[in-house]
Write a protein that binds this ligand. Structure first.
Ligand code: BES
Ligand code: ZN
Length: 997
């Protein structure tokens, strides 16, 4: 406990320094940056110890939370604690179990230390130390499966063996759900060595030969590595071919080479097999050097039964019919293993040629008429990117395939992009909002064909180079190619969301060192995607789009087929006007973002920056600085990009001049920058007055930005909620989607917090919100199709209105629902209204049953998901389908995060959902890997509205006592920090709310 208390007074390690450190690849998968490596090594030599692990977690979460709740005395803990019970029962004079355990532990430690010292080479304890690495390395070599020493001690593969080419033959058996494979890997040896280390996981390797000679193989399962041991050195400068035969089961999860199935129109179950390798699952399908920088070419052959087709990254070149069919694909371009893909299924397709590439879109045969929209999008976007990047898509074909079971949204495998059905298929009646999803997912995955596939990050620490870029391109390309999809509002709210997540102490720098599989999985988070995209937007609006894309094209050209890191990207931009490297490092190598405070006296404007950090009990400290491209407009010219001025704030404080007669200034034009602005009392007063007088003096994005910043500052404790309410009065005149949905989102968030505590204030808050928005809610049409941003506004307003039980809304929704029921589900409901209508309908027994029926039979996946969300919104928790989804019976397991998300929305469901997660954690983590986006989502959606000490303790205790790696996940820290902040917010705001609502 002492260790924990001491750490209270330590400052957090400087994030910049941490991020800059050369990767010290830990020898233990459990290693975390919080602990010095050496002590960890020692512990490893002595064997792992659970108590130790728990202490470590306790400490790291304590740091993240600024220690506040760690100081609560243990008497505060509910007596249901398993520890408390144990202590009470041990009242006799015999030493307690715990003491006994402790005694044994101490003995083991002492004995082990003695043994280690005895076996250590003598030089270890001398001043000079040991000079031969090998001797001491032997001490830490792990044991292979057969008990021999495994000759490698790092999660990362050695650099002196490089794969050049893979010949891969795969034969899935869709009856036994197994597959067989043969892989021949050509390697270059850069240093003499007797060992080749590569990855393999869950494969039964039966035969290994090199140049026709049999070779010995060792396996170290925890790191998913195998070692091929040679009696004599493989020689530097030589090339060898390693051949391995193996077999395995098709996976029942969503990664590796996995099986999927669906029921066709005729009611028959059809099976298929597909791959999902990113980030670390290629090794589950064939032994390989499974790191992104170890690029090679691939020649893939697939054996299949007739009645199926097979697809892979490259075009098919040969088809041989023996007892089965053998498809052979062209040799690929040089690529990373995580981008390899193959599918065996009975899909149908439509296609079209776009700038010399044959673009095909595939789905199960019953859904072939839902493919047109996707094909059109893919063709347009491919042409767009070809021109924009100045590099043509290098393959002759590009397939886009909808897979019935698919966990991610989509996956960018080179030339063979895979999707969920929801993100590729569009029904005849689908709404613009449904189309927007399809267009943007295609835009994202196509962007990866350049960012990620052609140029790849060196290691997963820079995953954002893939995901941040693809996300940035997703929004910007859809904005240009499909203006009717009005994606701008979504990009803006994505940036707001990203700011909110990055304001926590548990956030991380965009570039973060990672080593373990769980840490790699966890990189697929909002920081890589959303903060990544937001910082790119900030850069492009600072440099101008033209210079930005020029740099981007040069980067792609310079590094095509190679691997890069952060610096390579920043160095590709002109450095004269701005030092892009220095500037962008402040955004990618340290977590968080700045709060800019503005003070104006006449012509003199002074600005200062500090870390915008939501603090639990104000203990966390940060002295970080950013290079902030501060943009601003003023009352004389405020809505056009030409009005903006730019000041680069690098220091803690700075001053500059503006004309004396300026009435007000708005900073961060269109919220294109990743920072929040506080205008001080006078500045806010002037701005709020101006907006109240005529809100059109600012762009809609700037109005939304003001609303967002006000709420953020009130969360930070810099402004009172009353000041927020003061601005919101203007909303009466507002009719633009961005500011209205932002205000609604923020207010509803507070309502939901209050509601989950069953606080009496919840109903006052509800009334306040309804009052502000009631006219807008009541004036929405329920029939016609609208332009997209109007649909977004309508569905947001009505979703809240009906969830709050506003009678106008529920009556109207029920009416539409009954008409739909009477028409036997054939009457058309505008796509953006379906969820609201179905959710009201699902509250009655008959409505729920009808929806379930329709859900089971409908083949339009976008509609089905809306029905599912409605089914899960039932107030009767017996009906919310959690078990069904976990079992994958008539609701697919991939939908579990969506269901949990919805269940947590209402009061009845949120505790039930948390109990469900606790009870089924084992099963859940079998389906969704620890660290994965799905798990992050499940944890955050079930816990982020908790706001009591009791629930905080429960969450903490639950994860602490897991035997898996879940307590180490960043999102667990994020969840606890969020709850602690909720508690704090309640403590300091309930009184103000009570007075003002
Ligand atoms: N590369 C990812 C797919 C992925 C995600 C692989 C997580 C491994 C782990 C893909 O490009 C992606 O980002 N997909 C998104 C959808 C996209 C439109 C934002 C997803 O799956 O959510
Ligand atoms: Zn992506």
């Amino acid at each position: 406990m002492n260790m924990i208390e001491n750490s209270m007074f330590e400052e957090e390690p400087d994030v910049l320094d941490l991020a800059k450190e050369t990767p010290a690849y830990p020898l233990d998968p459990d290693d975390m940056v919080y602990e010095p490596r050496s002590s960890r090594l020692l512990v490893r030599g002595l064997g792992e110890n659970d108590m130790d692990e728990e202490e470590e977690d306790y400490e790291s979460s304590a740091r993240l939370l600024g220690m506040s709740f760690m100081n609560r005395s243990s008497s505060l803990r509910p007596s249901a604690s398993p520890y408390a019970r144990q202590e009470q029962s041990s009242s006799c004079t015999m030493p307690s179990n715990r003491t006994l355990l402790l005694g044994v532990f101490v003995l083991v430690v002492v004995a082990s230390v003695a043994m280690v010292i005895y076996f250590l080479p003598k030089c270890t304890l001398t001043k000079e130390g040991c000079h031969t690495v090998n001797t001491s390395m032997e001490l830490i070599y792990p044991r292979a499966t057969n008990g021999e020493l495994f000759p490698w001690t790092s999660l990362r593969l050695p650099v002196y063996v490089q794969p050049v080419h893979y010949d891969l033959l795969i034969h899935p058996n869709l009856t036994t759900m197994t597959f067989q494979g043969t892989v021949s890997i050509t390697i270059d040896v850069l240093n003499d060595t007797k060992n080749v280390i590569l990855h393999s996981s869950g494969l039964q390797i039966t035969n290994v030969t090199v140049q026709d000679k049999e070779v010995k193989k060792l396996e170290y399962q925890p790191w998913q590595q195998i070692a091929l041991k040679f009696p004599e050195d493989l020689k530097k400068g030589q090339t060898y071919v390693l051949t391995m035969e193996y077999s395995a089961n098709l996976s029942n999860s969503y990664s590796g080479f996995y099986n999927s199935s669906y029921v066709d129109k005729g009611g028959n179950k059809r099976v298929l097999a597909a791959t999902q390798f990113e980030p670390l699952a290629a090794r589950k399908a064939f032994p390989c050097f499974d790191e992104p920088a170890l690029k090679a070419t691939f020649l893939i052959k697939i054996k299949r039964e007739t009645g199926y087709i097979s697809l892979s990254n490259m075009p098919k070149v040969l088809l041989t019919v023996l007892n089965a069919v053998l498809d052979e694909f062209e040799k690929s371009v040089r690529m990373s293993t995580y981008l390899v893909a193959f599918i065996v299924a009975n899909f149908t397709q439509i296609n079209q040629i776009a700038s010399d590439t044959l673009v095909s879109v595939y789905a199960v045969p019953d859904k072939v008429d839902q493919l047109d929209y996707a094909l059109g999008c893919a063709v347009k976007l491919l042409k767009f990117y070809n021109t924009l990047f100045g590099i043509k898509f290098p393959l002759k074909k590009l397939d886009l395939v909808a897979i019935p079971d698919f966990l991610a949204g989509a996956m960018e495998n080179w030339g063979l992009i895979t999707f969920r059905e929801r993100t590729l298929l569009v029904g005849n009646h689908s709404s613009l909002m449904d189309k927007q999803v399809v267009a943007s997912v295609i835009a994202h995955e196509l962007a990866h064909q350049w960012f990620g596939n052609l140029v790849t990050m060196k290691w997963w620490n820079d995953l954002w180079l893939n995901e941040g870029f693809a996300t940035y391109m997703e929004y910007t390309s859809v904005e240009k190619v499909f203006p009717e999809l009005e994606i701008g509002n979504d990009f803006l709210s994505m940036r707001f969301k990203s700011l909110a997540e990055d304001s926590l102490n548990s956030s991380r720098p965009i570039s973060t060192e990672v080593a373990t599989p769980e840490q790699v999985e966890e990189m697929f988070d909002s920081v890589s995607y959303e903060k990544g995209a937001s910082t790119l937007l900030m850069l492009s609006s600072t440099l101008t789009e033209e210079k930005f894309y020029k740099g981007v094209s040069e980067y792609l050209e310079k590094y095509r087929n190679m691997n890069t890191d952060n610096e390579d990207l920043w160095n590709s931009f002109p450095q004269e006007e701005y030092n892009v490297v220095d500037m962008m490092n402040t955004w990618t190598l340290q977590k968080g973002f700045p709060l800019v405070t503005v003070n104006r006296t006449g012509a003199q404007v002074s600005v200062s920056q500090e870390h915008f950090l939501l603090k639990v009990n104000k203990t966390a400290k940060s002295s970080d600085l950013w290079h902030i491209p501060l943009t601003y407009v003023n009352d004389s010219c405020s809505t056009s990009p030409n009005c903006t001025q730019l000041f680069l704030l690098k220091d803690k404080t700075a001053t500059f001049k503006v004309p004396k007669n300026v009435k007000w200034m708005k900073f961060n034009f269109r919220n294109n920058g990743f920072y929040i602005v506080n205008y001080g009392e006078e500045g806010w007063r002037a701005l709020i007055e101006a907006v109240k007088e005529n809100h059109e003096v600012l762009t809609p994005e700037d109005r939304a930005s003001l609303i967002n910043n006000l709420f953020a500052l009130s969360r930070l404790g810099k402004l009172s909620f009353k000041q927020v309410m003061n601005l919101l009065v203007y909303l009466e005149h507002e009719n633009h989607t961005a500011p209205l949905t932002e205000a609604l989102y923020q207010l509803d968030r507070i309502y939901r917090l209050l509601d989950k505590r069953q606080d009496l204030l919840a109903s006052s808050m509800k009334n306040y919100i309804l009052n502000l928005f009631v006219d807008k809610m009541n004036s929405q049409s329920w029939e016609q199709d609208l332009p997209l941003s109007k649909q977004e506004l309508r569905s947001a307003l009505l979703e809240v209105a009906c969830r709050y039980g506003q009678k106008n809304c529920t009556d109207r929704a029920e009416h539409v629902f009954l008409q739909w029921v009477a028409s036997n589900g054939t009457e058309r409901i505008p796509g953006d209204l379906m969820k609201v209508v179905f959710s009201v309908g699902a509250q009655s027994n008959a409505g729920w049953e009808m929806l379930l029926q329709t859900y089971t039979h409908s083949i339009v996946d976008a509609d089905r998901r809306k029905m599912l969300a409605a089914l899960a919104s039932s107030q009767d928790v017996r009906k919310v389908l959690l078990q069904e989804s976990l079992q994958g019976s008539y609701v697919k397991t991939q939908e579990l995060p969506l269901i949990l998300h919805t269940v947590c929305r209402n009061f009845a469901g949120h505790l039930y959902a948390w109990d469900f997660v606790k009870e089924n954690w084992g099963k859940i983590t079998q389906k969704f890997p620890i660290g994965s986006f799905a798990i992050q989502d499940i944890i955050m959606s079930t816990t982020s509205y908790f706001s009591t000490e009791r629930l905080l303790w429960e969450v903490e205790n639950f994860f602490r006592s897991r035997r898996d790696k879940s307590s180490k996940m960043r999102c667990v820290h994020e969840a606890m920090e969020t709850i602690a902040l909720n508690i704090q917010w309640m403590d300091s705001n309930l009184e103000t709310l009570r007075k003002n609502l």
